[in-house]
Design a binder for this molecule. Sequence first.
Ligand SMILES: [Ca+2]
Length: 480
Amino acid sequence: MFRLSSRITVFVIAVISISHAGVAAPPPNIVLIVSDDQGYRDLGCFGSDEVKTPHLDQLAKQGVRCTDFYVTWPACTPSRGSILTGRYPQRNGLYDMIRNDVADYGKTFTAEEYAVTPERVLGMDVQEVMISEVLKQSGYATAVFGKWDGGQLRRFLPLQNGFDRYYGFANTGIDYFTHERYGVPSMFRDNQPTTAEQGTYCTYLFQTEAARFVKEHKDQPFFLYLPFNAPHGASNLDPKIRGAAQAPERYKKMYPQYRDNLVKGKRYGQEALVPSKQKARLEYLASITCMDDAIGEVLGLLEEYELADNTLVIFFSDNGGSGIADNSPLRGRKGLMFEGGIRVPFIARYPGRIPADSVSNEFLTALELFPMFARLAGAKLPEDIVYDGFDMLPVLTGEKKSERTEMFWERRGDRAARVGNYKWVQSQRGTGLYDLSSDIGEKHDLSAENPEMLAQLQTRFAQWKKEMAAAEPRGPFRDF
Ligand SMILES: [Ca+2]
């Protein structure tokens, strides 16, 4: 018995080495999954005993869970822009939201009004090179299904930016069922607006598209970008819907401890029935579990087609969770410069390269994705473009320490810097210097105790800001 199994082992190794020597392995597929406003702790594998995320937990078991991974902005649009460009928002020009803020006060637009609003006309500068363009040039089939958030004019849409296929909404948020953003139909199929699937829960639609794409491209390298809007709140002006995510009934039934009710509250300065806190948490959790199932189907297809071993799968949230989320043990939430706004749950799986069930506390950011994907595809980074990150695969595999020593954030007047384990925040919602190695919750302000370190971080921030100001002009906010 012992002999037999040894011989089988030898045989298997021999076969593997022949195939490695004889045939150049195809470049790996890349599946990049992004969730929307998911709390740092709202995943089983990040410590939640409440949310049901079996597929993501399994993914973490088969790969690495990163505890110190940051996005470049504490809200959607600029964070997602950096994912695609590999550059700070302040460098690629998209360093604020491009949405119609007046909708926050209950404003509905006529079609003519909407046509000239920021949400409709602004987008990522077309001079920016997206990772999709690099991968497409390297022979990858490319697709994005979900929240584009990079501009709606034709030149801003995915098909003009390196993607072969697109289904999703181009603005920053919708009602999960009507696919409208505050009454404006928002879905596109490739370059065309569409209302054909109106009424179907959007996570299901992104899942269907993703599954079809994997089936159709299983025999060639592919890049599947799956940016969900779950568990973001629904962009619907109806007070009964606004302020909570939305989820199908069957997923809400998985959280019977929460009431699915409306309560008296205020909206647009008037009394209205609004989702209760229980309902908000319920919709949020259920939308995450539905997304987890959608991810499960994609992962299942990778197994079925024996693609899993040659596929890098990445998952993270585009920014911290909002009020209803659990960001513990981090301080703050979406929109803020504290860790709860910018540090997000991150998982990567690449069997054979990334050790299973590993945890990395290395300092990493979304700026590292572009160089890593380009390297995996065998592409060179465009030489005339300044990138803000590096190939982090050797860090994920445990072979190397992270090259990153510092990171900077700015949102209007709010600013933050992390240098080593020190973090400086100056914002309307609080200011201080923190040692993250002993104070992950940013509770103990060391400004008075350690003025030298404070000065050092402030100096580095000022230098970074100067560098950003000197960068090549980019629209929509600094095309001068
Ligand atoms: Ca977001």
